[in-house]
Design a protein around this ligand. Structure first.
Ligand code: HPA
Length: 255
C-alpha cells in the first residue's frame, strides 16, 4: 500500500482547491483510484456536517492537475484551530504551492446578491483563535490573498460573463448564524461577507508560504437583511447552482 501522503505527493499538482458547502459538484463522480479519503490521515478530524464529505480528489481542469479537498473541518464542530487546518498542512507537505479556498457565505453588502460570487480581498478573523498558537510565528498578513491571482481571476471573469464582486470576508465561530445586531456590527467593521470557515486555513497556508486565492459563494443575505429566516438547506441549494459559474471561472483562469 502506498502511503496516503505519497499518493498526493506523487500526483505532482501545484494547485489545490478546498471546496465549501454545496460546491462539491465541481468534482462529479471521481473514479475510485483518484480518491484519497481523509480517514487515511490520522491528523484530520472526521467532518460531521450533512453535505460535507471528506476526501481528496486527484483531478484536473484544462490539463492542470488539481488536488481537490472535498469537505473541511470547522471550529464549530469542536476541534482546535490546529486540527481544523490539518488539511492545509497535508497539502503543503504534498508539494502544493497555490491554494484556492472556497466557502459559502452570507452577504453583508446590499449590492452583493444571493447566487453571486465574491473574490476575497482580505479577511477579519473573528474566531478568537489561530492555528499558529503555540509558536512565535509573527507572519505578515498584508496581501494574504495574492494580488497576482486576484488580477488573473478579475481579468478572466469579464469574458466568462460572471458577476465577480470583491470584498472582505469575516470569519466567525458559528455554528449559529448571526443576529441582525451582529450583522450590523460586521458591516460597520468593513466586512462584505460572513461565514464560519476559511480564515484559519488561510493563516496556516500563508505561514507555510502558499500563494492563496479565496472565493465566497454568497448563498443568502445575512440575517436581518431579508425577511426570510436562514437555512442550511438554502445555503446548499444556492451553492449547488452557483458552482457552475465558478467552474467556468476556474476553467478560464487555468486555460
Ligand atoms: N452566516 C454565516 N455563515 C454562512 C452564512 C451566513 O449568513 N451563509 C452561509 N454561511
Amino acid at each position: 500500500m502506498t502511503k496516503a501522503i505519497n499518493r498526493l505527493r506523487d500526483y505532482r499538482a501545484d494547485t489545490a482547491i478546498i471546496l465549501g458547502s454545496g460546491l462539491n459538484s465541481l468534482v462529479a463522480d471521481p473514479e475510485q483510484d483518484l480518491i484519497v479519503p481523509y480517514s487515511k490521515f490520522s491528523e484530520i478530524p472526521k467532518p460531521s456536517v450533512p453535505g460535507h464529505v471528506g476526501r481528496f480528489v486527484l483531478g484536473d481542469i484544462e490539463q492542470t492537475k488539481i488536488v481537490f479537498a472535498q469537505g473541511r473541518v470547522h471550529l464549530y464542530e469542536g476541534h482546535p484551530a490546529r486540527d481544523v487546518t490539518s488539511i492545509v498542512r497535508i497539502l503543503a507537505e504534498a508539494g502544493i504551492k497555490q491554494l484556492i479556498v472556497t466557502n459559502a457565505a452570507g452577504s453583508l453588502n446590499p449590492k452583493f446578491k444571493p447566487g453571486d460570487w465574491m473574490m476575497i480581498t482580505d479577511h477579519i478573523n473573528l474566531t478568537g483563535t489561530s492555528p499558529l498558537i503555540g509558536s512565535a510565528n509573527f507572519i505578515d498578513m498584508s496581501d494574504v490573498y495574492s494580488p497576482r491571482l486576484r488580477e488573473k481571476f478579475r481579468a478572466v471573469s469579464k469574458p466568462v460573463g460572471m458577476v465577480l464582486h470583491e470584498g472582505v470576508y469575516a470569519g466567525c465561530l458559528g455554528p449559529q448564524y448571526e443576529t441582525p445586531a451582529e450583522v450590523r456590527m460586521l458591516q460597520n467593521l468593513g466586512a462584505d461577507a460572513v461565514g464560519m470557515s476559511t480564515v484559519l486555513e488561510v493563516i496556516q497556508a500563508r505561514a507555510l508560504g502558499l500563494e492563496v486565492a479565496g472565493f465566497s459563494c454568497l448563498t443568502n443575505l445575512a440575517a436581518g437583511l431579508s425577511k426570510e429566516p436562514l437555512s442550511h438547506q438554502e445555503v446548499l441549494e444556492v451553492g449547488k447552482k452557483a458552482a457552475a459559474d465558478f467552474a467556468q471561472l476556474l476553467t478560464a483562469a487555468l486555460s
